[in-house]
Design a protein around this ligand. Structure first.
Ligand SMILES: NC(=O)c1ccc[n+]([C@@H]2O[C@H](COP(=O)([O-])OP(=O)(O)OC[C@H]3O[C@@H](n4cnc5c(N)ncnc54)[C@H](O)[C@@H]3O)[C@@H](O)[C@H]2O)c1
Length: 464
């Protein structure tokens, strides 16, 4: 059989592209080298990490806040085996859900490593070897954790996020290299479960891609949790034995910091994954960072081959890949879809959560744009006092002259869900005053967004 579309990779980019293509009437094949669908996000990324974040947060609350809520329980204990097993069950339900969606949309799943024989033929090397004949191809092969040249990831003591999600024990001292999203999310999990956690970050602040107010506030919250954070530190050496790791880093003062732990998590970013894809057989080249180059329509240098998600430029985020999957499917169907890359939100699932969309204050300064800032703290919200989630704030950035919202940055309870309000407002080019004149339910955390907009409009928040 000849397929209209063959998608290589079944992560959120690939499976969404496959479904949208099928909805638009195309005959679709999807190739996945692992036995389960869903890619990094569902199997070893977003979903399992959120499962462990939620479990560890329950434990942390049982230990630290139940008493004040008036709930007396015997000292809680971590059943780590059960915690990991529950996480496995959550992953299973999600990946089975994708298998169901493939069936429902009559998409044929091929299990095995996909590679190009030529631009219309994909070889699948699995239990058996098969060839797929196809009109068009969508590459959605994702990314893999990267490391530093002098670090050997032995997957036992020196590990990546993948191993950190299937640990057999709670580390005594987890040393984390890289204070980005992965380091801080997984660091929070283990800090809540009782590990000593040290984060070594090269840049002058954690989550360096986000607005600097968010970095500052998150640093305070994570330190309260007991995490040690070393910014402006350059890791120079990582050594491991059967049961220990030693990490050395140059401090800003030119001294050497030596951290001894039982595990070291390396979370310094991810790289596009195109290994053994046979790109040379079709003449597709990758850029310096190993990513596949595409034009504005996400088409590669070969006219029937498209690429989306982590394997192309842009933020390595599941929801960005999903947007691109839909974009390519609709482009192929002759439609004129649109993605606003400025409005792809970024979220860090620590507690408090951090979320941002649009421009950061640093970006506006660098662009020389005249802007104003409105912010509102969670501690002034009745809702936050009721739930004892008073850490955090909302910061809105608006154009100084037109009042158009240019960026929304939230650190606090439920920031991950609240950021959608910023995306909606900015997609419709709302002003801060527009948002401040809309009714926000009381009592909710969202009132902080309204109040921050009031503060930005003409410095008149009601509850401050
Ligand atoms: N919640 C989410 O959306 C989520 C969760 C996990 C991962 N991801 C994505 O996965 C990708 C990988 O995550 P990540 O946390 O590994 O990468 P990241 O880019 O978020 O963070 C890497 C951090 O490592 C630091 N770093 C780089 N080299 C270093 C060195 N030599 N020494 C010390 N620090 C160093 C960087 O300054 C940065 O702060 C990211 O693109 C991220 O967006 C997203």
């Amino acid at each position: 059989m000849k397929y209209d579309i063959t998608v290589i990779g079944s992560g959120p980019g690939g499976y969404v592209a496959a479904i949208r293509c099928a909805q638009l009437g195309m005959k679709v094949a999807i190739v996945e080298k692992y036995s389960t669908l869903g890619g990094t996000c569902l199997n070893v990324g977003c979903i399992p990490s959120k499962a462990l974040l939620d479990s560890s947060e329950h434990y942390h609350n049982a230990e630290h806040t139940f008493k004040e809520h008036g709930i007396d329980i015997p000292a809680p204990k971590v059943n780590f085996t059960q915690m990991i097993a529950r996480k496995g069950e959550v992953v299973k339900q999600n990946v089975e859900g994708i298998a169901y969606l493939m069936k429902k949309n009559k998409i044929d799943v091929f299990t095995g490593h996909g590679s190009f024989v030529n631009k219309n033929t994909i070889k699948v090397s699995g239990e058996k070897e098969e060839e797929i004949s196809t009109d068009k191809v969508i590459l959605a092969t994702g990314s893999k954790p990267t490391s530093l040249p002098f670090i050997e990831i032995d997957k036992k003591r020196v590990i990546t996020s993948t191993e950190a999600l299937v640990m057999k024990e709670v580390p005594k001292h987890l040393v984390i290299i890289g204070g980005g999203v992965i380091g801080l999310e997984l660091g929070s999990v283990y800090a809540r479960l009782g590990s000593e956690v040290s984060v070594v970050e090269y840049f002058d602040r954690i989550i360096p891609g986000m607005d600097s107010t968010m970095s500052k506030e998150l640093t305070k919250s994570l330190k309260k949790l007991g995490m040690k954070i070393y910014t402006k530190h350059k890791v120079t050496e990582v050594k491991s034995t059967a049961k220990t790791v030693t990490v050395k880093a140059d401090t800003p003062k030119g001294e050497v910091l030596e951290l001894k732990g039982d595990y070291c998590l390396v979370s310094v970013g991810r790289r596009a994954y195109t290994d053994k894809l046979g790109l040379e057989n079709v003449g597709i080249k990758t850029d310096k960072a190993g990513r596949i180059e595409t034009d504005d329509h996400l088409r590669t240098s070969v006219d029937n081959i498209y690429a989306i998600g982590d394997v192309v430029k842009g933020a390595m985020l599941a929801h960005k890949a999903e947007e691109e999957g839909v974009f390519v499917a609709e482009t192929i169907a002759g439609q004129k879809p649109h993605i606003n890359y400025n409005l792809i939100p970024g979220v860090v699932y620590t507690w408090p959560e951090v979320a941002g969309v649009g421009q950061t204050e640093e970006q506006l300064k660098e662009a020389g744009r005249a802007y104003k800032v409105g912010s509102f703290p969670y501690k002034a919200l009745g809702r936050a006092r009721a739930s004892m989630d008073t850490d955090g704030l909302v910061k809105v950035l608006a154009d100084k002259n037109t009042d158009e919202i240019l960026g929304l940055h939230i650190i606090g309870a439920r920031a991950a869900d609240m950021i959608a309000s910023g995306v909606t407002a900015m997609e419709f080019r709302a002003s801060a005053e527009d948002v401040s004149r809309m009714s926000h339910a009381h009592p909710t955390y969202m009132e902080a967004v309204k109040e921050a907009c009031l503060a930005a409009t003409d410095s008149r928040p009601i509850h401050m």
